[in-house]
Design a protein around this ligand. Structure first.
Ligand SMILES: NC(=O)C1=CN([C@@H]2O[C@H](COP(=O)(O)OP(=O)(O)OC[C@H]3O[C@@H](n4cnc5c(N)ncnc54)[C@H](O)[C@@H]3O)[C@@H](O)[C@H]2O)C=CC1
Ligand SMILES: O=C([O-])CC(=O)C(=O)O
Length: 322
C-alpha cells in the first residue's frame, strides 16, 4: 500500500513513520511504500529521517519517496495522513492560522483529487484538524466525501486513560466512549453510554461533578497541558492515535465503538458536511456511525457549543473555497 504522509520532517512524523514502516498501522503482513511530503527547506531533514528508516531495516518498507510536490506525494496513495500544518506563531491570530492552513489544505485536497487512489483514506492531523479536513474534502470534489476524516482519536484515547485511572480498571474493558465535535478544548467527551466489562462507567464513577468539572476539561485541555510540561506539543501520543485511527478504519473494530472526525450526514442534527467527532464502528474498510443515541439537555448544549466553533471556523475559510 502507498502511504502518503505530510509534515515528514516534523516531530509527530519522527514517531509515526517508524511505526507505519514497522507494520503497526496496516498489519505485520502488509508491505508499505512511504510517500513523504514536506516544504522545500525541510527536505534535508526528511532525508535524515529516511536514513534512519533505512537503518531500521524494516522488512515491510518497500520504498520511500521524498518530495516537496503534493502531486507526487499523493500519486496513487491508498492512505494519506496529513500531519504537516502551519503552527501558530507569535502574534498570529486564530484567523491568520486558519487562513495559512486553508491555503495548504486547498492545494493538498486538489492534489488528492487529481492523483490519489479513488479509495484513498485521508486522515487530517494538522490543526485545526476538523476544518483542515473540511477544506481538503471540499477541494476534492471527485473523491467520495466519506474518504476525509479528522483525528479525534487522541482525545478518545486520553478519555479512556482518564476513566481507567479514575476507576482503577483496565483500559481493555472500556467500551462505547464517544468524543463529540471539534478537536479543540470545546470537544465533548461523553461517558453516558460507556461501560467497563459491561458495567456503566457513570454508575461506577458515580460522581457527576467529577465527570463534568474535572474529566471533561482535563481531556479537552490535555494538549495544552502537554505543551506546558514539554515545551512542545504531543507527538508520540498523536502519532499513536493516527496509527489507531487508520488501523481501525482499514482493519475493523470488531464491533467496538471508536471516535472519528467525519463529515456529518445530518446525524444528531449536526449539519451535513461538518467534520465532527462521532462514534463509529469500522468493518471492511468502511466506517458506520452509531445512530439513535439519546441526546440529553446537557449533551446537546455541549454538542452545540463545539458545533458553533466549527461553524465559525468554516465561515472564516469560506472565501478560500470559492
Ligand atoms: N489532531 C490532533 O489530535 C493533533 C494535532 N496536532 C497537530 O499536528 C500538526 C503537526 O505537529 P508536529 O509534527 O508536532 O509539528 P512540527 O512543527 O514538528 O512539524 C510540522 C511539519 O509540517 C511541515 N509543513 C508545513 N507546511 C507544510 C506543507 N504545506 N506541506 C507539507 N509539510 C508542511 C513543516 O515543515 C514541519 O516539518 C500541528 O498542526 C499540531 O497542532 C498535534 C497533536 C495532536
Ligand atoms: O494543542 C496542540 O497544539 C496539539 C494538539 O492538538 C493536542 O495535543 O491535542
Amino acid at each position: 500500500m502507498r502511504v502518503a504522509v505530510t509534515g515528514a520532517a516534523g516531530q509527530i512524523c519522527y514517531s509515526l513513520l517508524f511505526r507505519i514502516a514497522n507494520g503497526d498501522m496496516l498489519g505485520k503482513d502488509q508491505p508499505v511504500i512511504l510517500q513523504l511530503l514536506d516544504i522545500t527547506p525541510a527536505l534535508p531533514a526528511v532525508q535524515g529521517v529516511v536514513m534512519e528508516l533505512e537503518d531500521c531495516a524494516f522488512p515491510l518498507l518497500a520504498g520511500v519517496v521524498v518530495t516537496d510536490d503534493p502531486n507526487v506525494a499523493f500519486k496513487d496513495a491508498d492512505i494519506a495522513v496529513l500531519v504537516g500544518a502551519r503552527p501558530r506563531s507569535k502574534g498570529m491570530e486564530r484567523k491568520d492560522l486558519l487562513e495559512a492552513n486553508g491555503a495548504i489544505f486547498t492545494v493538498q485536497g486538489k492534489a488528492l483529487n487529481d492523483h490519489a487512489s479513488r479509495n484513498v483514506k485521508v486522515l487530517v492531523v494538522g490543526n485545526p484538524a476538523n476544518t483542515n479536513a473540511y477544506i481538503a474534502m471540499k477541494s476534492a470534489p471527485d473523491l467520495p466525501r466519506e474518504n476525509f476524516t479528522a483525528m479525534l482519536r487522541l482525545d478518545h484515547n486520553r478519555a479512556l486513560s482518564q476513566i481507567a485511572a479514575k476507576t482503577g480498571k483496565s483500559i481493555d474493558g472500556i467500551e462505547k466512549l464517544i468524543v463529540w465535535g471539534n478537536h479543540s478544548p470545546t470537544m465533548y467527551p461523553d461517558t453516558r453510554f460507556a461501560t467497563i466489562d459491561g458495567e456503566s462507567v457513570d454508575g461506577l464513577i458515580n460522581d457527576q461533578a467529577w465527570t463534568r468539572e474535572t474529566f471533561i476539561p482535563t481531556v479537552g485541555k490535555r494538549g495544552a497541558a502537554i505543551i506546558e510540561a514539554r515545551g512542545l506539543s504531543s507527538a508520540a501520543s498523536a502519532a499513536n492515535a493516527a496509527i489507531d485511527h487508520i488501523h481501525d478504519w482499514v482493519l475493523g473494530t470488531n464491533g467496538q465503538w471508536v471516535t472519528m472526525g467525519i463529515p456529518s450526514n445530518g446525524e444528531y442534527d449536526i449539519p451535513a458536511d461538518t467534520l465532527y467527532g462521532m462514534p463509529v464502528t469500522c468493518e471492511n474498510g468502511k466506517y458506520t456511525v452509531i445512530t439513535g443515541l439519546e441526546i440529553d439537555e446537557f449533551s446537546r448544549s455541549k454538542m452545540n457549543a463545539t458545533l458553533a466553533e466549527l461553524e465559525e471556523e468554516k465561515a472564516g475559510i469560506a472565501h478560500l473555497l470559492g
